[in-house]
Design a protein around this ligand. Structure first.
Ligand SMILES: C[S@@+](CC[C@H](N)C(=O)[O-])C[C@H]1O[C@@H](n2cnc3c(N)ncnc32)[C@H](O)[C@@H]1O
Length: 235
């Protein structure tokens, strides 16, 4: 099974697990690029009122709903897992300004009908997708000068830091109540992300490593803010 199929299967099992458990998540008060409710939030995305946005891997749909309700954004949220999509649409399917799509993000972006966005973003969704494929499909769908903002894993709970070659690795996805799934993730160094973005037609504006507040917790994420280059900048 290839990486994309394995991830789709794992996230479908994950969503089913939570549907069967009746998991009810609280409403987010803010957007959290890390896992700790501290650090930068939606302000990193700029003024969103009336902006056309793409969420890559929205999971339960909490953030596209939050950005539409609290920031007046218009969001297409593209989720590959049918069970995660079901969780999102069951809870947020009628939120004005949000349109959930069940599709692989690369496949969606390659459709002739895919729109051009002001802002594309992903909170821990983009690291599950081959970055060469994703950025090639995404670049024509972000307007020149538009932004791409995303967070990805940098160091996992076992202290394994990022890779220095563009290759996915196994990571563990724990299941509430016990059990775990294996997923394939691109956990890459900030320098590699920068190279990939520039090759893919984006200019890096800001990159930072967000660390857990407790010094004993090794988990860290990378937050990346990039801008779609104009054709002149790309020459
Ligand atoms: C860690 S969850 C993040 C969910 C959400 N962004 C949040 O922070 O609440 C990652 C999500 O990305 C989705 N995903 C993984 N690969 C994808 C792909 N190729 N296209 C679209 N969604 C994908 C998974 O199904 C999963 O729901």
């Amino acid at each position: 099974m290839d990486d994309a199929a394995l991830n789709e299967q794992a996230w479908t099992t994950y969503g089913k697990h939570h549907i069967e458990r009746g998991t009810c998540l609280s409403e987010p008060e803010r957007l959290d690029w890390g896992f700790w409710s501290t650090g930068p939030g939606a302000e990193v995305l700029g003024d969103l009122a009336g902006k056309r946005m793409l969420d890559i891997g929205p999971g339960t749909g909490r953030y596209p709903a939050h950005l539409a309700r609290s920031h007046k954004a218009i969001v297409d949220a593209v989720e590959v897992s049918p069970t995660q999509y079901l969780r999102a649409t069951t809870r947020y399917g009628d939120v004005p300004g949000v349109h959930f799509v069940q599709a692989d993000a690369v496949e969606f972006l390659q459709r002739e009908t895919a729109p051009v966005y002001d802002v594309a973003y992903s909170v821990h969704g983009l690291g599950y997708i081959d970055p060469h494929q994703l950025l090639a499909a995404l670049a024509p769908r972000v307007r020149e000068g538009g932004s791409l903002v995303f967070s990805v894993l940098h160091t996992n709970k076992d202290g394994a830091g990022p890779e220095v070659t563009v290759a996915p690795r196994d990571e563990v996805l724990p299941l509430a109540g016990g059990g775990e799934l294996v997923v394939r993730m691109w956990v890459l160094s900030p320098l590699l992300w920068e190279d990939l973005l520039v090759e893919g037609g984006f200019l890096l504006e800001h990159i930072s490593v967000l660390r857990a507040p407790e010094p004993s917790n090794p988990v860290a994420c990378t937050l990346i803010v990039a801008r779609r280059s104009s054709s002149a900048e790309g020459e």
